[in-house]
Design a protein around this ligand. Structure first.
Ligand code: PLP
Length: 462
């Protein structure tokens, strides 16, 4: 005879066995339903083909790399590691704690009135025409969104866009997602001397001419240039302008580094060349102008008929940008306009502050086996690392391109993070960027000095 306890245990076990058989069957069914459901979901909800395979951008990948390897210095992304001008951050603090509650609410969609008025005051004299603040200027979420609105607002299916390589990597994605086709032309070094400057990187005029045809809608220019630091000369701009006029092509001029131009170079706005105003959209950035890249306010200016197309994209995508930040940028412009003709004006002092940093980094790189191109503008140095190739074993790095392998291994070994320039080339031309690494020099002197120390230590170990 079973005792009551034994009976309960046997019944319990039988029930457990039964339930576990049932549950396994049920689980299998649920799993197969889920699999079917999720594979149909995967098909239905996959990334639209206009975004390609959706690979991580170089920025996402290298920010993760920095978090993982914690390099001693990060000369990767382009932003200062020191405070912006005091009056700029003070303006934002005053707005946030001030007594006008409306500065925390939505503002005019196409640009906060005080900001567009100040943008007009800054740019009208620079382009030699009165900019209508309300019809010829659009405030955007960083220069990034100005580029997005300009490209999406003009490029149609099958339109061709000429892109100068190396190029700020988002241009191509924006063109493709608008249904357009990028046509690439690379700036190439005239020679590979030890004393190269960014002026030695040039476009082949014949090659450029050959890219223009009846499908060409737009050309994207970036001067001062990221990553090379090239400041296009008037003669170079004239070649581009004449082709744009001859083929009735629009020019997007990305001028976010407009104030970072090193003596004796001068920044020339292509919109000011004869016949170019009507076909140029110029893009600027408060992040770069005032060293506040995290504020993400930018703008575009152009004739009203062109701006209308950008406004349509903007109003259906971002609609309006942050009010307090626009107000703070407006006040910062007012502050600088007040002292425009003095050496303290930040528009001019920033290049003076950056020049010794540039020179220091160039010297450090040279003394440690790199061959840097001296930039005439911007805040990056592109340096050829191939003289160091026999000191570094790249075989452990699985990346496809040598500059990715080099920058990753170098970050791990030397503790200095840089950016691989092939990210700025089309697939067919990536080999042109493989021998280089991009270094950012808008960094504290102590971090540039630390870079020097780390490079020397790394070299000494080899
Ligand atoms: C050439 C170029 N264009 C546009 C941008 C984007 O500027 P923002 O940060 O204002 O969106 C950058 C930022 O690094 C850049 O280098």
């Amino acid at each position: 005879m079973f005792s009551w306890g034994q009976f309960r245990r046997v019944v319990g076990t039988v029930t457990e066995v039964r339930t576990s058989v049932i549950s396994q069957l049920q689980l299998r069914k649920i799993a197969s339903d889920q699999l079917r459901y999720s594979s149909s979901m995967a098909d239905k909800f996959k990334l639209p083909s206009r975004y390609g395979t959706g690979e991580k951008s170089v920025w996402v990948e290298y920010i993760q790399l920095a978090a993982e390897y914690k390099p001693a210095v990060n000369l990767g992304q382009g932003f200062p590691d020191y405070p912006p001008p005091g009056h700029v951050t003070k303006a934002l603090a005053e707005i946030a704690t001030g007594d006008n509650p409306l500065l925390n609410q939505y503002t005019r969609g196409f640009g906060h009135p005080r900001l567009v008025q100040n943008l007009s005051k800054v740019y009208s004299p620079l382009i030699g025409r009165e900019l209508d603040p309300f019809n010829e200027i659009l405030v955007t979420s960083g220069a990034y969104e100005a580029l997005f609105s300009a490209i999406l607002g003009h490029v149609d299916t099958g339109d061709e866009v000429i892109v100068i390589e190396p190029f700020f990597d988002c241009y191509d994605y924006m063109i493709t997602s608008a249904g357009g086709v990028s046509k690439f032309i690379a700036l190439k070094p005239k020679s590979n001397s030890d004393n190269m400057t960014s002026a030695d990187w040039v476009l082949d005029e014949e090659e450029l001419t050959s890219l223009f045809n009846e499908k060409t809608k737009m050309l994207i220019l970036n001067t001062p240039h990221n990553p090379l630091g090239k400041v296009f000369t008037r003669a170079e701009l004239e070649v581009i302008a004449n082709l744009c006029k001859k083929h009735n092509v629009l020019c997007i001029s990305d001028e976010v580094y407009e104030w970072m131009v090193y003596e004796p170079q001068k920044h020339i706005r292509i919109a000011t060349l004869p016949g170019m105003w009507n076909r140029t959209i110029t893009v600027g950035s408060a992040g770069k102008t005032f060293s506040v890249t995290g504020w993400k306010i930018g703008w575009a200016y152009a004739p009203a008929n062109l701006m209308r197309n950008l406004q349509v994209v903007h109003q259906n995508c971002v609609y309006t940008c942050s009010t307090p930040i626009q107000e703070a940028v407006a006040r910062s412009f007012e502050y600088e306009l007040e002292r425009y003709n003095t050496p303290e004006c930040y528009f001019f002092s920033i290049a003076r502050e950056l020049m010794p940093k540039r020179d220091y980094l160039v010297k450090t790189l040279r003394e440690n086996g790199f061959n840097p191109t001296i930039p005439e503008g911007g805040y990056f140095v592109v340096a050829d690392w191939t003289n160091l190739a026999d000191k570094i074993d790249l075989s452990s790095e699985p990346d496809k391109y040598k500059d990715y392998k080099f920058t990753k291994k170098f970050a791990k070994e030397a503790g200095v993070l840089t950016i691989p320039p092939t990210a700025f080339y089309s697939e067919a031309h990536k080999h042109l960027g493989e021998n280089y690494a991009r270094f950012c020099f808008i960094k504290k002197d102590e971090n540039l000095q630390l870079t020097d120390k780390l490079l020397r230590e790394w070299n000494a170990k080899k």
